[in-house]
Design a protein around this ligand. Sequence first.
Ligand SMILES: [Zn+2]
Length: 844
Amino acid sequence: MNFPKEQFFNLLKQGVPWGLLALVILPIIFLAPIEAQQVSLLKTFLFSVVWATVLIVAKFGRFFALGLKIFTLFCVIAFTHRLTFYDVPFVSMLTYTAGCLAVLSGGFLLSNMKRAPWRHFLKTAYSVVLIFLFAVPFIYLGHYLLFDSPLNSDAYLALLDTNVNEAFEYITQFIGFGVLLSGFIVLLMIFIGCLYTLTDRRGHKWQIMLATLIMLVGTIRVVDQPDTIDLYAGFWVYKQQYANELEKFREMQKDASEHKKTYQATTGAQGETHILIIGESLNKYHMGLYGYPRDTTPRLNEIEDTGNLIVLNKAFSSHTHTVQTLTLALTSATQSNSQKYYTSPTIMDMAEAAGYETSWLTNQVMMGSWDSPISIIALGADTVKKYNTNIGEHAKTNDFDDVVLGGIDEVLKSAPNNNRFIVVHLMGNHGDYCLRYPTDYNKFHEDLSPEIFGEKLAGGNKQINCYDNSVAFNDYVVSSVINQLDATNHPATLTYLSDHADDVVNGRGHNSSNFSYDMTAIPFLVWTSDEYIPLYKERIDALRSNTETPYANEQLFHYIMGDLGIVSSLYDPSQDIASKLYRGDKNNLDIVHKKHQWNSAENPVYEYARLNNKWNDNEHGRVLPHRINSLGKLMDVRKFGLDGYETDLIFQDGIFKVSHDRKDVHDLTLEDLLEYELPGKSMKIWLDVKNLGDKTFEGALSRLTELDAAYDLKDRVIVESSTRSEKFADFSDAGFHISYYLPTGHIDDLLEEGDENGLKTEAQRVAEQARLQKLSAVSFDIKLYPFVIDYLESLLSPDIVYHTWDLKKSYEDKDIEAELDNTDYFSNARIKTILLDLPSKFHQ
Ligand SMILES: [Zn+2]
């Protein structure tokens, strides 16, 4: 330690900037406003000082390259941990720091082993350790970058329940090899960087001893507290915990099957057959039955026409992953009742206890016996048929879902006078979508059309096409089972629901950490046989009255008990949607371990409907969405239950075409829109006709009159035009509500310039035109509101009303209610329509 003073200050000068680096970078990592909790200021300061010291010491001690590398490692770890696990507890930071310092000391010691014979081997081993330490956070970071979501416990479980082949399908669907290759190159570069970390040096004895001590203490801390370093040990800790849960579940199930008296249950059913089909990843907004503009469910639509099929519109899944959803759906556990699935009775237990003959047919991967909670539940059945025969490492779905039809036939033929409960678990619509249907179901293979999907989505989209084909195939499978069941001529029901949905349009799959409400948009269908209907009228009536009531599939346990006519103290009718005591609008609205709620402002299906009802309570269709120029966007309008919409029309070749752009006119017609509206729901429609004029008046009026005869338009449409021609009055004479579109640019300029005379002249012109055209209304961009109130209103006949648009406001704005309430125009009763922006993937 005999430094000359000069050298000391020199080193200090070189060391301090690096210390400052730590004091800048670590606070950025700990406090950055990402979607994660910030570390407290005190802890941030503490750890920044520790690492600043480490860097300065490394500079002094001439092992700076190594020090900087380990500091980088700590930064990567801290950032990734925060991103993935939301917060970084003090104990975790402590263990990570201890571990990093142990690695640093180890490297320091190795640099000092100039003479040891196996130092080359040790140095390589050290590099390998460093690569591993870097690679793990990079895997998490990579997951975040690829899926825009952290690799959390739901993803762990998906990994545990996934076989190699499924993982491969997932990778090819969502990642692609280019990305994989770049990931590999990054790791290779880290590897090379690690190889040249250690340079030979000679340390003092006390330095060696201190380094040894730090290495020992650090190592002990890591080995002692593995559960604090989730990044490295989290997966294994989780795996252990999951294995314990499964063990418990297994034992309980074994116990239940050995002593059938565990649960008390009876049933009044006689010779009934009930089939439950559990679909996979099916999003109802891709089913024609639920209003998807593509005809993906022709067979189920036909069955619906018979009146034996009940379609629930507000069912949703309580989670977005198979195991998490089904462990709740198939047992009495829910998110709020604090029961755990692995200590709860299952639907199989209850059916068995009530004397049902039970079967479970699955085309999902059921690897060995007993290795997933779903397999454990399945194995409670009297008969189990597995069609996914390629079990194990190389498992793949070599059969399409229709493979189950033969098995169902067999079960239906045996013991027809017994009560039977049959569960069918399909591979359904799981990614990779293109692998879920035979080639003759390759119905949708052309580019997505702008008429249905809007301009943004239009073009080649293999995922959506494949998904829709898989939905069409699923339609075939489910309707075939219904037909088989129908042919038994017994009291029977078939219930179809999906475990969860996929967010296909956004290409997000069903990853809970990348949650969207579309991932919960499951179908729920109940088919009942003619023989069943007279026996259970009350249940059918209750179901029909609940088609618009929210229903979480975690309550399935109780519905199944009701369906099977089971009498048991475990049955809760308030969770059975086919019971008149059902209370689903109040309870069970949680999603993904209570992270989300169905009745949340974040859920457009709930929130936009609520806004629509609130705004339009007194006046039908007062607030409406703007520019509905594709069938997809009109599906959104239906989905949100809005009162109506505005659309842009070009009159061409005798028909109204839906288009905003006069040059690029699409093939969608007004008639298509009218045809697609919900039957029975009279929507208010604002028709912005872009090209009304002397050449088109006659044809347009005659076409509109035709459409009126078929669709009753007069009472519900606004015909808007910017024409100044008197002939517009013909529409008024024919009984249509017509509105003049005030020239936005011109009037806005006058307002800007404060041109009093110009504004007065314009107001007089409009008022005169209103008389000649026999206008019912004027319509205008909301920025012209001062003109309308201050100049125009006094000149207009009082029975002329206003329609306006305020497109800076959107249904999705967080405080849209207050925003609208605070405007000066919202309370003006003369304004009969206000158009807002409606965000949609199908925008045209
Ligand atoms: Zn699933």
